[in-house]
Design a binder for this molecule. Structure first.
Ligand SMILES: [Zn+2]
Length: 174
């Protein structure tokens, strides 16, 4: 059953399973080739990214900090103890909070290992969807598919995301 779904993932290309929201030009400029340059994107948005050892139970944070922040006054701190694909997802998730939620998260956001925070579940779901959109844009998925990248693990490797994140993006069982 799962194997069938994997074989049929290109169907997601005709009717993307998640409806994407419009992204600023600065975002799409970093989505032209795989993998998406997520740290460079954060910098272009005026954010500084710090990779530091945090407790295992935390993914990362978005903080307003005049000294450690970029030109926007905000910084992302990502857990150095987590593997690279995880850190990339965390950075994308915090970028989502910065772009979509900083007006309601004026004191910053701290995300636990399951991307939960003091913000609502609906806001966290929105941040996860936007993060997936940042790291796995449909045009890049389509381009990789037409280059012959058809295995989920290869697609995930090219985009530097976890296989689980890739499956969720494609609407496949995890
Ligand atoms: Zn969050």
């Amino acid at each position: 059953m799962i194997e069938d779904a994997v074989r049929e993932w290109p169907a997601a290309l005709d009717a993307p399973v998640t409806a994407d929201v419009a992204v600023p030009d600065v975002v799409s400029r970093h989505q032209q080739s795989a993998p998406v340059k997520i740290v460079a994107l954060a910098r272009d948005l005026g954010l500084r990214v710090w990779t530091e050892p945090l407790p295992e139970s935390l993914s990362g944070k978005l903080v307003r900090d005049a000294e450690r922040g970029g030109p926007s006054g905000w910084a992302i701190v990502v857990n150095a103890r987590h593997v690279k694909v995880r850190r990339r997802f965390t950075i994308a998730h915090e970028i989502a909070h910065f772009l979509l939620h900083r007006d309601v998260a004026t004191g910053g956001v701290q995300d636990d290992a399951f991307y939960r925070s003091h913000l609502s579940g609906a806001i966290e779901t929105e941040a996860n969807r936007f993060a997936a959109q940042l790291l796995m844009p449909w045009p890049l998925i389509r381009a990789l598919n037409s280059e012959g990248v058809t295995e989920i693990r290869d697609l995930a490797a090219r985009l530097e995301v976890s296989e689980t994140a890739m499956r969720i993006r494609l609407g496949l069982p995890t």
